[in-house]
Write a protein that binds this ligand. Sequence first.
Ligand code: HAM
Length: 439
Amino acid sequence: MPKNPALARLPGFRDFPPEDLAVRSHIFRAWREACRRYGFQEYDGPPLEPLDLYTEKSGEEIVGQLYAFRDRGGRHVALRPEMTPSLARILAERAQALPKPIRWFSIPQLFRYERQQRGRLREHFQWNADIVGEAGVGADAEVVALAVDALRILGLGPQDFRVRVSHRQLVSALLLGSGVAPDKLPVAFGVVDKLERESRQRSLDRLRQECGLGVSEAEAVLQLFESSDLERAAEVHGEDPEVAGALADLRSLRQVLDEMGMGPFVEFDLRIVRGLAYYTGMVFELFDRKGELRAVCGGGRYDRLLELVGGEPLPAVGFGMGDVVLGELLAERNLIPSYRRAVDLFVAAVSEAQRELLHRIVAAQRAAGKSVVYPLRHQPLRRQLATAAAEGAERAVLLGPGEVERGVAKVRDMATGREVEVPLQALLAGKGGDGDGNA
Ligand code: HAM
């Protein structure tokens, strides 16, 4: 805490000292590696956007959490709370010229004024991966598999997490077919979304009082959604073409994912609704297997968003995976590599007389690509060696008067203590830093 509390970090925001930044970079590397394997290209957009981009498209929950203000030019603006509307805007301008399907990813920092709780902050980094221009389940399967593979790269397996898949149109059709009036659909979605968090009785009461269902209708809805059994949904509502179409999609999705070896990670679960307004088809969330943490990842198909921001209509599917819950899960499973400082070389001079030479060697070794540190002011050799160890130097170049007179320097392997003599000419030519005495 700084002496002046007015200067304290804002609640829900994080500082990233090097050991914390290393965790973030570890996660980002896995995300980028997964994208490389799947042929996705990286993009970005501005962190500040017109407020209107969110008010219409994102849905009430996110709009209520916006960091929004008027800029000095009087414009209504907002810090981006999610990436999808920016992606839609960027593509609305240029999708026509791009070969389809478009596979793009980004790792933006996002801002939501949320009530702070475990796994939820007011800023987070969110990996977004989206496929635009392909309406078939092949694209749905590809994004689910990509999310799974990133977690596998980080060392997590089917014992650690699962993907719960549902379908917006299927849920709508099942609710309508169960007697929910079209204008009550949003409320009914809310009830389904909360089935796991609210008591059964409360859900029954809400279905009756807020969605206008009778006792037996409300009971039937609960049974259908609690079981999440697609065969049962097919038995009861299979005549409905919307239901039949969505079920067929989900079955093909399952088949592709099984063929890719993703079967053990994937479950159907009709209780997954997703808070955002723009989803139109398959939706999914990825959770830790124990069910202790919030969702690590959420996404789905949004076939109308590009049109809504003024682009040509293009089908799209993708997800966002945050760094906060994922970091918690990795920490819980001991999958965060321990932090270690590391440089290739520490160059030490026994006295000020070798300082000019030291500067020349440092510059030459850096020009040759080595990471090099040295004492910025003269210190006793013992202190310098202690610093070299603290910096994690692999080797130390020791410039002593006797050796320098003979045209050599000692290069010490910091782990074994073994020393070799290396010609100064080699060190000044950017060589010999690997302790190769013949360089
Ligand atoms: P979302 O479900 O709002 O989706 O966020 C996706 C993930 O971001 C969540 O599962 C969670 O891990 C993380 N996240 C969200 N809010 C916070 C927060 N306040 N603190 C920490 N982590 C958070 C979207 O944003 C969609 N735009 C994703 C998408 C991309 N759909 C299609 N393409």
